[in-house]
Ligand binder design. Structure first.
Ligand code: DGJ
Length: 339
């Protein structure tokens, strides 16, 4: 065989072999209720994911009892097989008011480097949403009984639908819909995560909720929804080079009902070959509150001149785009995804 032809064939076969040997594709399927490793439905809406020491943790509302959600914790090493760990916050147990005068929505799990404790910040609400409070719990282990630390209105601000945001430098924020669903309040957490100590008003008067923020390169991206209860609506994106000011006017992202979801978080999957950003949304009331689903979509990036869309953000593809995928594959090691 011609030497050049042999070398070419060898290179092709070797590269095919080595890429398939290193590829670890995980398929994420949307639209069905996840089940845990015991075969039970995964109840973890309005929550978030925490990746720590090689383990994914999923925390969220247990809407199997629709109006009295406990807080469930699941774990997984592959993002597909979820083991039920524990009800980490329980009605009538974790606090005397919980399950009586208060309920929890949107629990968000964090790990605090300073205290070495696991922390949950959440919306702490009355059945008619008149309380407008937040709460904070903590625990020495991820799957222990979380202890109540604080509840109230952060910096005397009426606070409802909430999220957390950990900036790339580790600064951590609680962000919530404030002042009777009028504004967003961005509250910096003290380094022990027990209290908030600064407040910035974002999206003033725009009546946004379900804010999910990610910091990519020199830009912050925030996806949020309008306040329409459990009904989906058009998600909107705003960006800024500074977390505290300079946010662009809201622009539509995704279809007119955000593919029947409401944002809960944006995950950064940093790998050896790239970084993939995953939009995580709740598909509420599908058809009941208990049947609400978790929907995960890979964020895509558009070239504004050509309209060409790429899987990874680069200087030619700076615009965030959200398309629906019934399923897609992701390689968490390499940080890449495919259709
Ligand atoms: C939408 C919010 O995002 C949910 O967390 C919940 O508060 C519902 N509204 C209640 O109507």
């Amino acid at each position: 065989m011609d030497k050049i032809l042999f070398i070419t064939l060898f290179t092709i076969v070797f590269s095919l072999f080595s890429s398939s040997a290193s590829a670890q594709w995980t398929t994420i399927v949307n639209g069905t209720k996840w089940t845990d490793t015991d075969g039970n439905p995964v109840y973890a809406n309005g929550g978030n994911f925490l990746h720590k020491d090689g383990v994914w943790y999923l925390v969220g509302e247990d809407r199997s009892k629709p109006w009295m959600p406990d807080v469930n914790l699941y774990s997984s090493t592959d993002f597909v097989h979820w083991t039920f760990e524990k009800k980490i916050i329980r009605n009538r147990v974790s606090h005397p008011d919980l399950g009586r005068r208060r309920m929890i929505e949107r629990p968000k799990l964090l790990f605090c480097e300073e205290t070495q404790k696991y922390v949950v910040w959440c919306h702490w609400e009355a059945r008619d949403y008149s309380a407008s409070e937040a709460a904070m719990f903590e625990c020495d282990s991820v799957n222990g009984d979380y202890q109540y630390v604080w509840s109230g209105r952060p910096m005397d601000t009426k606070s409802r639908d909430c999220n957390v945001f950990v900036d790339n430098d580790g600064t951590t924020y609680f962000i919530s819909t404030t002042d009777e669903n009028t504004n967003l309040g961005l509250f910096m957490l003290m380094t022990d995560y027990r209290h908030v100590f600064t407040k910035t008003v974002l999206c003033e008067g725009m009546r946004r909720e379900a804010p999910a923020i990610v910091h990519i390169d020199d830009t912050y991206y925030m996806i949020s929804s309008a306040c329409t209860g459990w009904d989906p609506n058009q998600a909107k994106l705003t960006t800024s080079h500074n977390l505290h000011f300079g946010w662009t006017p809201l622009r539509n992202i995704g279809d007119r009902i955000a593919y029947d979801t409401q944002a809960s978080s944006i995950l950064t999957i940093n790998g050896t070959e790239g970084t993939t950003y995953l939009y995580v949304g709740d598909r509420w009331m599908d058809p009941s509150l208990a049947e609400s689903k978790i929907i995960i979509l890979p964020i895509e990036w558009r070239n504004p001149e050509t309209g060409d869309v790429a899987h990874q953000k680069d200087e030619n593809h700076p615009e965030m785009v959200l398309n629906y995928r019934d399923s897609f594959d992701i390689d968490f090691e390499r940080g890449v995804w495919r259709e």
